[in-house]
Design a protein around this ligand. Structure first.
Ligand code: ATR
Length: 275
């Protein structure tokens, strides 16, 4: 059987194995897809062993390994290079490893195709400037938002991200302490790791415009706090990142198998189970 895996730490509760098996069933493909728990200092060796000795064909990578996955690859896609992180590793025919980052494209597809949001003309606020934020920032920009405001607790990281995008007319930064008086937005994306860390964000209701959509890159309990705030603030839409998870899995599946799975039924069954 063709071998696939997701690397993380922790990883036991990952939904990726069942997502990939559901996609594989759509095409009658038989594969093995397992979770591999690797501590940060064991990650690179575990990846090399998987690809060189265990016949691994492809891997997904999640927290806390996305930077390391990018660093160890031999080739890197443009999206991975921009983000500085990778969520997909693919073994090339000659055995070298290619890094991809499909998170940004996945988020935009989830927002526009699944949730029917047209991002063109929106004023978007991106909270956070770490690995997750970098992975989605260019995709948001390219989806046609009018402005992208990046706000991060440490302003240097927000400035570095805005500089890297290099579109000063449409992409700018503000201070976290100024969130209460920078007006309202049509789209607010939470790309901080606060929820994952069990911390709460204190955000003013004034950020929410009349047609606002709020999106948390996380899903399940890590997104509860932000989405509860969004609903209390009167956001028209409040979505977690479950659809993004399924979409990024579909991108990985296509890279590995050359076929595009139908994400609808997989998303439906996962969201029914988690609600
Ligand atoms: P990830 O890969 O999940 O993005 P990361 O690269 O460590 O993880 O980035 C974490 C992001 O969440 C950063 O933008 C961080 O802000 P700082 O750069 O100021 O550290 C943000 N973050 C984490 N906890 C936060 C909190 N309690 N409030 C606000 N921002 C927080």
């Amino acid at each position: 059987l063709a071998q696939f895996a997701v690397f993380g730490h922790p990883i036991a509760h990952s939904l990726s194995p069942q997502i990939h098996q559901a996609f594989a069933q759509q095409f009658g493909i038989a594969l093995q897809y397992r979770t591999i728990d690797a501590a940060p200092d064991a990650f690179a060796d575990a990846v090399r062993r998987f690809f060189a000795q265990e016949d691994g064909r492809g891997a997904n990578v999640t927290l806390p390994h996305k930077h390391a996955a990018f660093a160890l690859a031999d080739e890197r896609s443009q999206a991975a290079t921009r983000a500085g992180t990778a969520n997909v590793l693919t073994r090339l025919a000659d055995g070298r490893l290619a890094a991809h980052n499909t998170d940004g494209a996945a988020m935009v597809r989830d927002l526009t195709d699944r949730h029917d949001l047209d991002l063109r003309g929106h004023d978007a606020l991106l909270l956070g400037a770490g690995g997750a934020a970098r992975a989605v920032a260019w995709s948001l920009f390219e989806a046609g938002v009018s402005t992208l405001t990046i706000v991060n607790r440490s302003p240097e990281a927000a400035d570095a991200l805005a500089d890297a995008i290099g579109e000063p007319a449409r992409v700018h930064t503000r201070y976290w302490d100024d969130l209460g008086h920078i007006g309202s937005f049509d789209l607010v994306v939470n790309a901080t790791s606060a929820g994952t860390l069990g911390q709460s964000l204190t955000l003013p209701f004034s950020l929410i415009g009349s047609r606002a959509a709020c999106y948390d890159l996380g899903y399940g309990p890590s997104a509860f706090g932000f989405l509860a705030w969004a609903r209390a603030a009167g956001a028209r839409y409040a979505h977690d990142g479950l659809g993004m998870l399924v979409e990024q899995a579909a991108d990985a599946f296509q890279l590995w198998h050359g076929r595009r799975p139908d994400t609808g039924p997989v998303y439906q069954s996962l969201s029914t189970r988690s609600s």
